[in-house]
Design a protein around this ligand. Structure first.
Ligand SMILES: Nc1ncnc2c1ncn2[C@@H]1O[C@H](COP(=O)(O)OP(=O)(O)OP(=O)(O)O)[C@@H](O)[C@H]1O
Length: 294
């Protein structure tokens, strides 16, 4: 539905481009998790897609009509208006009429749990409720591609869960989504593909399941250092491990090897600070990626 071809952008007076050589294809029904450290270029990319910025190099090619919904990082509603008035105003702007208008309003109010806040002036909402209003306004817009830029900052855990479900529903309905957040557990939940930006370039563009893998591994850490006898045990068991400053990661091991290691741990005077058996989380992989270890 959307193709980016060698896209680049440099802010006026900046010495380095904020984005360079970005190639990307996005399909309907896909949720792309956009990751990268502060300043990597995520917001710039979303601003180019939403038309806030114009590309200076390369092209953005839309297959079909360009219909876009945006939940921006900066709150974008009228603080002096009530929640209901804001939603009605944006429904007007989006030219929603009749049954569709009602349906979309009902759905975005339900998805963001704002039903009991409709008569409250937006400036009187709590920080998390303001985020939810911002989110609701983005969802209200009929679109084929939805962009979420740090859309859940300051939202409490149960409301966040609800917002993520609304994002999941969009992709199940065949909408494309680009979701950027520093909450990697959220990205892990909603995204099916991960795009990592580093200094304005694509560092990694990969299917989420391929990135996380399905092989469970063992992750062990101690408060200071692993026990001195650990390397000998691993050698005896024929296991290869990746060593970190205070622990090890063992990518594959069988049940007997796992049992031998747990027996060894139980016999040590110091207990581990982390013992995790399973797939690595996106957060663990991200830290390794950013540390240049992957
Ligand atoms: N208005 C601006 N003028 C000049 N440089 C800018 C401007 N906005 C962003 N930049 C620079 O462009 C680069 C990319 O910034 P961008 O905001 O896209 O990063 P980001 O990945 O969204 O970061 P964050 O995670 O902090 O939101 C950074 O080096 C940033 O300093």
């Amino acid at each position: 539905m959307l193709e980016l071809d060698n896209l680049s952008y440099r802010y006026p007076q900046a010495t380095q481009p904020a984005l360079q050589g970005i190639d990307l294809q996005l399909q309907a029904g896909q949720c792309l998790g956009l990751l990268g450290s502060n300043g990597a270029g995520k917001t710039t990319l979303l601003s180019l897609l939403s038309g806030v910025l114009q590309p200076q190099g390369g092209a953005i090619v839309w297959q079909g009509e360009r219909r876009l919904g945006l939940v921006p990082q900066q709150l974008a509603f009228y603080a002096g208006l009530k929640v209901r008035e804001n939603l009605e105003l944006f429904a007007d702007l989006y030219q929603l009429r009749g049954a569709e208008r009602h349906q979309r309003l009902d759905r975005c109010i339900a998805s963001t749990a704002l039903a009991d806040k409709l008569e409250r002036r937006a400036e009187r909402l709590s920080g998390g409720e303001q985020r939810r209003l911002n989110f609701a306004i983005g969802l209200l817009q009929p679109a084929e591609l939805y962009l979420f830029d740090e859309a859940t900052v300051g939202v409490d855990a149960s409301s966040r869960q609800m917002l993520l479900e609304a994002v999941g529903l969009l992709t199940r309905e065949g909408k494309a989504v680009i979701y950027t957040s520093h909450y990697l557990d959220e990205v892990e939940k909603v995204a099916d593909r991960i795009l990592l930006l580093h200094e304005g370039r694509v560092q990694l563009d990969i299917d989420k399941h391929q990135l996380l893998g399905d092989q469970p591994g063992l992750f062990l850490e101690w408060p200071e250092q692993p026990p001195d006898a650990l390397p000998a045990l691993l050698a005896e068991l024929g296991l290869s491990a990746e060593h970190t400053s205070n622990g090890v990661r063992i990518a594959t091991l069988n049940v007997d090897q796992l049992l031998a290691i747990t027996r060894f741990i139980a016999a040590q005077p110091q207990t581990p600070s982390l013992l995790r058996f399973g797939r690595p989380s996106l957060e663990q992989l991200y830290l390794r990626l950013n540390g240049g270890q992957l």
